[in-house]
Design a protein around this ligand. Structure first.
Ligand SMILES: [Cu+2]
Length: 162
């Protein structure tokens, strides 16, 4: 009987271990992620400074495993959140701030864009539950063209302009 129980426990161990290995980093209950600047609906010009806000948890660089911490990821024009059980992709639309940065300056094409933050753990995997900000919309306007003043000179006959 003892041998029977031991082998069942041994067998269960194989089932439980992979689940345990896939356990995600826990988010703090009161975690709140938000974009401080720009504000939702704001019209901005390049370069666009984006300031990240996080309450209830701390920022740690990627690779550093520490409870209740993570690093910021800025999602630019991302319609659907990436798979929250896998590392967040890294490309122009999914930017990692693995040094623990809390703000950035980016250049965006003119027009409408969406910005959203998602926190990732030391492995770039979103927490459980996922800590994500509200998605904001911004409108990027080109730098105002300086009105080119016509500098036609009609000689006044004395080396100057009329
Ligand atoms: Cu990351």
């Amino acid at each position: 009987m003892k041998k029977y129980i031991t082998s069942i426990l041994f067998f269960l161990g194989f089932i439980i271990f992979p689940l345990h290995a896939a356990e995600k980093s826990k988010a703090a209950d009161n975690a709140s992620l938000y974009i401080i600047s720009p504000t939702d609906g704001e019209t901005v010009t390049n370069p666009v400074k984006i300031v990240f806000g996080l309450d209830g948890m701390g920022v740690a660089p990627a690779g550093i495993k520490f409870n209740n911490t993570g690093h910021h990821h800025l999602l630019i024009d991302v319609a659907e959140l990436p798979d929250t059980n896998s590392p967040i992709p890294s490309d122009d639309n999914h930017r990692h701030f693995g040094k623990g940065q809390t703000e950035t300056v980016i250049e965006l094409d003119q027009g409408k864009h969406t910005l959203q933050l998602i926190l990732g753990d030391h492995m770039h995997i979103p927490h459980d539950p996922v800590v994500v900000s509200k998605k904001i919309k911004i409108n990027v306007k080109g730098k105002e063209m300086q009105p080119q003043e016509e500098t036609k000179c009609i000689s006044n006959g004395y080396g100057g302009c009329k």
